[in-house]
Design a protein around this ligand. Structure first.
Ligand code: HEC
Length: 116
């Protein structure tokens, strides 16, 4: 009986762990948050690199940017908070989430937006 009880507790804890890990991952693929932490830091209002929020560009311009300009324009760019190379700090999935957020809220999208 006691054994049954402790394996129940183990299963419960394991389940809790999975839920926590799952939400941490969902968090790190939140395009808006990723944009704010990794793009807006250098492209806020008045910043010398130019202000870019999703609604600065059209959907086509964002597609072209991610395809052709992202890497050449940011190759040597260091993340202002961590000091590491920006492009090495983002996983391909995170970059995709940023791209999706930018396109979904571009100037000619249904819900143009800045990133707050
Ligand atoms: C450390 C600062 C920094 C960060 C972080 C950063 N950028 Fe940039 N960004 C730059 C610089 C520098 C340029 C180049 C400006 C130039 O060449 O005139 C640039 C250029 C751009 C341009 C214009 C490109 C063009 O040629 O038209 C866009 C759009 C842009 N960044 C979007 C982003 C997005 C999206 C992110 C997040 C994934 C991001 N930037 C993160 C510094 C940064």
């Amino acid at each position: 009986m006691e054994r049954l009880y402790s394996s129940f507790i183990t299963a419960l804890l394991f389940g809790l762990l999975l839920v926590t890990a799952g939400s941490a991952m969902a968090q790190s693929l939140n395009g808006k948050e990723l944009y704010r932490n990794n793009c807006k830091v250098c492209h806020d209002k008045g910043s010398p690199q130019g202000q870019y929020s999703p609604m600065t560009l059209t959907q086509d311009q964002w597609r072209t940017f991610f395809k052709l300009k992202l890497i050449p324009a940011h190759k040597n760019v260091l993340h202002p908070k961590t000091g590491g190379k920006l492009l090495e700090q983002l996983t391909p999935d995170q970059m995709k989430a940023i791209q999706r957020f930018a396109i979904d809220h571009a100037a000619d999208s249904e819900q143009p937006a800045t990133c707050g």
